[in-house]
Write a protein that binds this ligand. Structure first.
Ligand SMILES: [Zn+2]
Length: 377
């Protein structure tokens, strides 16, 4: 008697699928990528729940390694978060204020998200815009106060124009009140909404091309505008102080390149072949340091420090605090703290403070040298 297929049983193809175990994901060390399947099986057979990577000595928990790493829901790179991306971006940026907490929350095994990276960089750019607006308001603010103090005509609209342009285009060479009064003379008295519309259009033009130095105002010569078409040149000062850019650029580059300084450290300090994506991630989040660096850089002259001259002494030739030296020292401090947190809490390296301080110093000194070299060339 031949074999009669049983209709009630699942077909053979499915039965085979059920019988064979699902191919197990190969276990890799999240820090160096070394294959750990053999070690995990042997350790679990001995009843051990934790061990170390044989390649880089990262302490691992076998069960945690087998499960998928879960990103905190506030993290900008989180794949399955119930939070919308602006909320995740805000959460991530706010947590950057406490780097040790920030890096403790991020698991080495979380896959890198390119989309999350782009969103984060947009967030950093937005913060830099806020810093620039602050610097511009430090310039137009006193002018606005004076208008009200002297009860000048159009004090409200001119101040509003100054502040509006400072917000949309903080790097502009024009003053909002200038654009407004020239538009007024172009349109003529009475047509307030026409003036508002044309001023807004010009603000948009400046926001699109903030480097623009000249702007023309049309209109045939009339009683209220006897000059006719006019070209005006922006009078507002540059956002950056004279001689400010070198040390600011050096510090900003140093912040982003600091993780790579780890490659120069002796193996005993960095311990392992760290996967490239970890360098990319530490570097990506280190870009947030550009915000305090630029803020400090803009703030120092308001506090009496001065840019220019040698960066070696903290007091310059004129007996004033040397802003370059103070900025480079503060940048080294910010970068060292950030790198200590990343090395200790994220990469879980021993001697994190040593790694952090070395990275800060190497990065700032190298960027300074490169900038000096550019000058010599
Ligand atoms: Zn490892």
């Amino acid at each position: 008697m031949g074999h009669v297929p049983d209709k009630s049983s699942p077909n053979t193809k499915n039965a085979w699928r059920v019988a064979s175990p699902a191919p197990r994901r190969s276990l890799e060390c999240p820090r160096c990528g070394h294959h750990l399947d053999g070690n995990a099986d042997a350790a679990e057979a001995r009843g051990e729940t934790r061990g170390v990577c044989t390649e880089c000595a990262l302490p691992v928990e076998w069960s945690k390694l087998r499960a998928d790493a879960i990103a905190p829901k506030w993290f900008v790179e989180a794949q399955h978060s119930k939070y919308w991306w602006p909320r995740r971006l805000t959460g991530t940026l706010l947590r950057c204020v406490r780097p040790f907490h920030f890096w403790s929350a991020i698991d080495l095994a979380i896959p890198f998200s390119r989309r999350g990276a782009i969103v984060f960089l947009i967030g950093v750019a937005a913060l830099l815009h806020v810093v620039a607006v602050g610097q511009r308001l430090a310039y137009v603010g006193p002018a606005c106060l004076d208008r009200f103090r002297w009860k000048m005509r159009n004090a409200e609209t001119e101040s509003a124009a100054d502040i509006a342009l400072a917000i949309v285009a903080p790097t502009a060479r024009f003053e909002g009140s200038d654009i407004l009064s020239w538009t007024r003379s172009e349109v003529g008295p009475g047509a307030a909404s026409e003036v508002a519309l044309r001023t807004a259009a010009r603000f948009a033009l400046i926001a699109i091309s903030p480097m623009r130095r000249e702007m023309s105002f049309g209109g045939a010569p009339t009683a209220w505008n006897p000059r006719g078409p006019t070209q005006i040149t922006g009078r507002a000062p540059e956002l950056f102080w004279p001689d400010q850019s070198d040390s600011t650029i050096a510090s900003s580059i140093a912040a982003v390149l600091a993780p790579l300084a780890m490659l120069l450290l002796p193996t005993s300090l960095r311990r392992a072949r760290i996967r490239p994506r970890h360098f990319v991630r530490v570097s990506l989040y280190a870009s947030v340091l550009i915000v305090p660096i630029v803020a400090t850089s803009l703030l120092l002259p308001h506090l009496g420090a001065m840019y220019g001259g040698s960066a070696i002494s903290f007091i310059n030739l004129y007996g004033q605090p040397n802003a370059d030296a103070i900025l480079l020292a503060s940048a080294t401090l910010f970068i060292s703290i950030w790198m200590t947190a990343a090395a200790g809490r994220y990469l879980r390296l021993p001697h994190a403070a040593g790694v952090g301080l070395s990275c800060g110093l190497i990065a700032v000194l190298t960027s300074m040298l490169v900038l000096q070299w550019r000058w010599v060339m």
